[in-house]
Design a protein around this ligand. Structure first.
Ligand code: FAD
Length: 193
């Protein structure tokens, strides 16, 4: 919880509401000298800015005040694709990244190589029904499993986390920041490479 907040924090709602850290109103911070202080953008603009992405470099946070947002039912869930369709899905992901301008729509694609290469795609829409056109390409491609519906946000998060919990396996995650998610970039991490 603290790491995702102090490191940035991407969610399905990031395009709409910003990173997790963008939604902090106040931090209670234990400074390196042991003093306890409350930091807001008004009380200390520079420290407030630095804490948003600063992890534990400026002290230890013991309390947060978050901005909250109302949220009704959402539409989305997981699609699982296997070979020989993975290249088609890669193109659909790249096309979504290049062309989508709707801040309520998000696509998250995750390659899993164990026990067999699969591409799990989570579609998300911050609305209770499937929006026209945006996700059509993903439904044109044959898929092995589909669990996409109108649901609560909690239900979507729980379902989308399931692939990480398969088989009691340990996992390692590494990140790289990109400005464009092209087919070539995605394929460099594809199961066939
Ligand atoms: C399965 C999985 C899924 C993930 N999904 C997402 C995702 O959807 N979106 C996303 O943005 N990230 C995601 N991540 C990455 C995640 O945001 C980072 O791993 C995050 O740093 C985890 O925070 P933590 O508090 O659990 O970890 P920790 O390792 O405990 O903390 C990370 C850093 O924060 C510091 N820290 C922790 N608590 C405090 C505190 N109270 N005060 C000051 N510093 C503190 C630690 O010193 C450390 O430097 C995912 C990671 C995994 C393993």
């Amino acid at each position: 919880m603290s790491g995702v907040t102090l490191g940035g924090g991407y969610s399905y709602l990031s395009n709409r509401h910003g990173l997790v850290t963008d939604n902090i109103v106040a931090f209670e911070l234990v400074l390196p000298n042991g003093d306890i202080t409350t930091v807001t953008a008004e009380s200390d603009p520079e420290l407030s800015w630095a804490l948003k992405g600063g992890y534990n470099n400026f002290g230890i946070i013991t309390h947060y005040v978050f901005k909250t947002h109302s949220l009704g039912d959402v539409w989305g869930g997981g699609l699982i694709y296997t070979q020989p369709n993975i290249d088609l899905v890669v193109s659909a992901v790249a096309d979504f990244q290049a062309s989508n301008t709707n801040v309520d729509a998000t696509v998250v694609a995750v390659y899993t190589r164990v026990p067999a290469p699969v591409l799990s795609v989570t579609l998300f829409y911050n609305g209770s029904t499937r929006p026209p056109n945006i996700f059509d390409k993903f439904f044109d491609i044959p898929r092995a499993q589909e669990d996409v519906k109108t649901r609560t946000y909690t239900d979507l998060i729980t379902a989308a986390s399931a692939p990480f919990l398969l088989n009691d396996l340990r996992g390692a995650m590494h990140t790289v920041s990109l400005t464009d998610l092209t087919v070539g970039v995605i394929q460099s991490d594809s199961p066939s490479n």
